[in-house]
Design a protein around this ligand. Structure first.
Ligand code: GAR
Length: 200
C-alpha cells in the first residue's frame, strides 16, 4: 500500500473524498500527511478528525520557496511519503519537490485544461461564456496547471448557470474522479510509465 501526502490550501472537500475512499476500502492507500500552507484552512480540522498528521506552514516565514520545500521534503521523507496529491493547493510546486517526486505528483483542476488555468477557473469559464467546463487530473510540472493530462471529465454550462451551481457540478465530479484515478495511478506506478497511464 502506497503512502501519500495530500497538499491543500482551503476547505478540503477533495481531501475528504480521498479520506472517505480510503476508509471505505475503495482506495488502497495510506494517507500519511496533510501539507497545508494556510494555518486557518478548514482542511486542517478535517485532517485532525481523521487522525491524519498535518504539516502546516506559512510561506512568508521562509526566505524562499526552496527553503520551505526543503523542509516539506524532510517531513515527507520522515513519513515515507511516495506520492504527492495536490487537492486545492494554490501554490506552484518548485524544483526541490519536483526533483524528489518526479512523476509522482498529481493535481486536480476545475476546468478542461489547457483552458482556464490558475486561480478561479470556474469564474473564468463563466466570464468567457464557455459552453462546457469540467475537471482535469494531470501530472505536475514546473508550470501552472500545464503537466501531462491523465484524465478529463466534462459537464455542460447551462444558460442559467450560476457560480454556485457550476461549482457544485464540478465538485461532484472531482469527488468521484480523484479517488478512482488515484486508485489506478497507485497501482500502475509513477508517471515515467506514461504510456500505461494514458491508455486508461
Ligand atoms: C478544487 O475544485 C480544485 O480543483 C481546485 O481547488 C478546489 C479545492 O476545493 N484547484 C485548483 O484550482 C488548482 N489550480 P476543496 O478544498 O474543497 O478540495
Amino acid at each position: 500500500m502506497k503512502n501519500i501526502a495530500i497538499f491543500a490550501s482551503g476547505s478540503g472537500s477533495n481531501f475528504q473524498a480521498i479520506v472517505d475512499a480510503v476508509q471505505t476500502g475503495e482506495l488502497a492507500a495510506h494517507i500519511s500527511l496533510l501539507v497545508c500552507d494556510k494555518p486557518e484552512a478548514y482542511v486542517i480540522h478535517r485532517a485532525r478528525a481523521a487522525n491524519i498528521p498535518s504539516f502546516v506552514f506559512r510561506a512568508k516565514e521562509y526566505p524562499s520557496k526552496e527553503d520551505f520545500e526543503k523542509e516539506i521534503a524532510r517531513v515527507l521523507s520522515r513519513h515515507n511519503v511516495e506520492w504527492i496529491v495536490l487537492a486545492g493547493y494554490m501554490r506552484l510546486i518548485g524544483a526541490t519537490l519536483l526533483k524528489q517526486y518526479e512523476g509522482r505528483i498529481v493535481n486536480i483542476h476545475p476546468s478542461l485544461l489547457p483552458e482556464f488555468p490558475g486561480k478561479d477557473a470556474i469564474g473564468q469559464a463563466l466570464a468567457a461564456k464557455a459552453r462546457w467546463s469540467g475537471v482535469t487530473i494531470h501530472y505536475v510540472d514546473e508550470g501552472m496547471d500545464t503537466g501531462p493530462i491523465i484524465v478529463q471529465e466534462r459537464t455542460p454550462i447551462e444558460e442559467n448557470e450560476t457560480r454556485e451551481s457550476l461549482q457544485q457540478k464540478i465538485q461532484a465530479i472531482e469527488h468521484k474522479l480523484y479517488p478512482s484515478i488515484l486508485k489506478m495511478l497507485l497501482t500502475i506506478g509513477d508517471g515515467k510509465h506514461d504510456e500505461k497511464a494514458r491508455t486508461y
